[in-house]
Design a protein around this ligand. Structure first.
Ligand SMILES: [Zn+2]
Length: 236
């Protein structure tokens, strides 16, 4: 079991940890601040700093076969640590913070556009969501205006845990059809943007929408009969 520190505090940049497994897939730790790729958010990059001063560059982070398994993927050719090594796990915070800001911005986008979300992806500096909306009713400028308004209003963003049954009773909360909320552990994590949006999400988020900063709708693409892709980028 790995303690998922990023889940309770997305602002943690580093933590002390111990190596619990090393194999061809990568390195597992007893606790980590590295977010594994999932829910449309890329995995973290960073470094594992060893007591003697060397560092192992981590180029990506993915989920393992079991829940709570996080695999840190070292740069090709890295010298691997011994089992039990105590080290400092440190993410590339500049990159992660941009990913957190864009990820949270996609929640805002979700609250603005009516229609189910059929796909989405956050990448460095930009992000997109696909919506099942008929016709060409989406207005680029109107969406951008509303997004920047919600950003400026500095809405609070906070997690809230609910029991599986509670979520099952409110299926309208699940907006993203392509990404099912993680279940089977008895409880599900919701992300609430005060007065704006509430939905299950396992990603990392900022604390206030103001941190997102100005954004632009760079494109709205027609990706099939009822599929509209809205692409965002930081404007600041
Ligand atoms: Zn989220």
């Amino acid at each position: 079991m790995t303690e998922l520190l990023f889940r309770d505090d997305g602002y943690l940049r580093s933590c002390a940890a111990r190596v619990i497994s090393v194999n061809a897939r990568g390195i597992r730790l007893d606790r980590t601040v590295f977010y594994p790729m999932g829910g449309g958010q890329p995995g973290d990059a960073g470094a594992l700093r060893l007591p003697a001063g060397q560092a192992i560059a981590i180029v990506d982070t993915v989920k393992g076969d079991l829940p709570h398994e996080v695999i840190h993927i070292p740069a090709p050719g890295s010298a691997l640590p011994e089992l039990g090594t105590e080290l400092i796990a440190e993410i590339d915070w500049t990159r992660r913070y941009r990913l957190m800001r864009m990820h949270t911005c996609l929640h805002l986008l979700c609250s603005i556009v009516p229609g189910a979300v059929t796909g989405g992806q956050v990448s460095d500096g930009k992000g997109r969501l696909d919506f099942d909306v008929p016709g060409s009713s989406l207005d680029k400028d109107a969406i951008a205006g509303r997004l920047n308004e919600l950003i400026t209003q500095a809405h609070r963003v906070a997690p809230r845990w609910v029991a599986d049954e509670e979520l099952a009773a409110q299926p309208e909360l699940v907006r993203t059809m392509s990404v099912k909320p993680p279940s089977g552990t008895g409880r599900v994590r919701l992300i609430e943007i005060s007065g704006v949006d509430l939905q299950p999400c396992g990603g990392t988020h900022i604390l206030s929408t103001a941190e997102i900063g100005p954004v632009a709708v760079t494109k709205i693409e027609n990706k099939g009969k009822q599929n509209r892709r809205v692409i965002l980028a930081f404007a600041g």
